[in-house]
Every structure is written in C-alpha cells, then in structure tokens.
Design a protein around this ligand. Structure first.
Ligand code: PEP
Length: 259
C-alpha cells in the first residue's frame, strides 16, 4: 500500500490572524478540494481559529506548532491539547529544532508532549534532526536514534499508528541548504529501520516520514521521489500561497508516481 503523502506548512511566528486567514483562503481556493494527499496548515496559536474557519469546509487540516504536556492548571502562557482539540486542531508539531535549541525542549519533554497529544487524539508531527556539528562528527544516526527512542518512550503500537515523523536536519532549516535527495533518503531509511525495531515492519511501513529543511518548489520533486520520503514539512515556502500550492502540486504528482 503506498503511503499517503503529507504537505504541512509551519508558519512559525508569522502572520496575524487576518493575514493568516488571507493566506489560508488563497490556498483553499486552489487546492481545498483535492483529496489525493493530506495538506496541513500550522499557523501560530493566535491565528488558529481564523484559519480553522477558512479550512473547515475543505480537505485542508489544521495543525498547531507546539502544546503543553500538562492537561490544565497554573501554567502561565501554555496551551493544552484539549484547548487545541476544542478549536478543531487535528495535528501538532512537536520537538521542532527551534523549540529544542531556543526553549530547552529535551527528548523527555518531547516525550511527555507526545503522550499528552496522543491521549487527546491529536496527531503528533514529531521532528528529529542533527546539527551540522553532529553530522560532521558522524553522529547523525546516533542523534536520530536517541531522539526517536526518547520521544516515543511508552508510546504503544496503537498510539504510534497516529504519529508522523519529520526529519529536519538543523543545518538545512531556513538556510537555503537542502539535504540532497540521497542524504535525506539515507536518513529516512534509517528512521524507518529504527521504527521497525521498535514497532515492527507493518507499522513502520505505514508511517509517514516527512522531510523538512529548505524544501522549495524547485527541489521538492526530487526529494518526494525518494522511496522513504512521504511528504514535506515546509517553513519559509509555506508563507506564500504560490510556493505552497506548487509544493502541494509536487506532492500530488509524487503521489501519482508512487501509486
Ligand atoms: C521548518 O522549520 O520546519 C522548516 C523546514 O523551515 P524551512 O523550510 O524554512 O527550512
């Protein structure tokens, strides 16, 4: 069974609610009825409701960029999984390298958030990836293995079925340096073999593993043609409708070729 391709846009800390609604409207107008692939928009918290209103009658899904591992209570500034579910969020990006590097998120924290998301029927998009120094010291696979095993600790096979992985080499995020298709494929295949060791072949073959890191309309086709690359998590190129729609179209072409 071919895996359904996912194209997800991570808007990071960009777009007010009104700007986000405009961007979502432009995207939905063109690709809002397609069902060959899964398209997810991940605006900042403050734009979730406005964007949710725009995508609600389309095939486009709504994702958040982070959430608390706690269910409720005295956690100033935090947003819970139940709050996200309440406004029809279906996916949540967890363990993004910016959260790991700038806000001290460890694998243990990412694990707690992953469990909390799954308990509330949110699908985690779990990000892993090595820094340039880690790649240059030949520790890419060790780093990825530690991140995968740490984030998925105590996640049952039934729960894992809902998890999406994103391989995002830190050196490729927002830098314009994309991993070559061969480099990305090598790591994606490694991730799938790790997932197979943890959850068995059937589940690992079903898991969508997205690539993220300067994916653009001109490099997407070559990346998406790789056997273990099942979509993209897009930062910069998700901020304008033309590029994001072109990426969705690349995803749809790849989906036809892989069928
Ligand atoms: C990201 O941060 O998830 C990302 C992939 O960013 P960019 O596409 O801008 O490299």
């Amino acid at each position: 069974m071919p895996r359904n391709i996912i194209i997800a846009g991570n808007w990071k800390m960009n777009k007010t609610s009104a700007e986000g609604a405009d961007l979502a409207r432009s995207i939905v107008q063109v690709i809002g009825n397609q069902t060959e692939i899964t398209v997810i928009l991940c605006p900042p918290f403050t734009a979730l409701q406005a964007v949710g209103g725009i995508v609600s009658n389309s095939s486009v899904r709504l994702g958040a960029q982070n959430m608390s591992d706690k269910p409720a209570g005295a956690y100033t500034g935090e947003v819970s999984s139940a709050m996200l579910r309440d406004i029809h969020v279906t996916h949540v990006i967890l363990g993004h390298s910016e959260r790991r590097a700038l806000y001290g998120e460890t694998d243990a924290i990412v694990n707690k958030k992953t469990l909390a998301a799954l308990e509330n029927n949110l699908k985690p998009i779990l990000c892993v990836g090595e820094t340039l120094a880690e790649r240059e010291s030949n520790s890419t696979f060790d780093v990825i293995r530690t991140q995968i095993r740490g984030a998925l600790d105590s996640v049952s096979p039934l729960q894992f079925d809902e998890v999406i992985i994103a391989y995002e080499p830190v050196w490729a995020i927002g830098t314009g340096k994309t991993a070559t298709p061969a480099i990305a494929q090598e790591v994606h295949a490694f991730i799938r073999s790790e997932l197979s060791a943890l959850y068995g072949d059937t589940l690992s073959q079903k898991t969508r593993i997205l690539y993220g890191g300067s994916m653009k309309p001109d490099n997407a086709a070559a990346l998406l043609a790789q056997p273990d690359i099942d979509g993209g998590l897009i930062g910069g190129a998700a901020l304008n409708a033309k590029d994001f729609i072109a990426l969705v179209e690349s995803g749809r072409s790849a989906s036809v070729k892989k069928a």
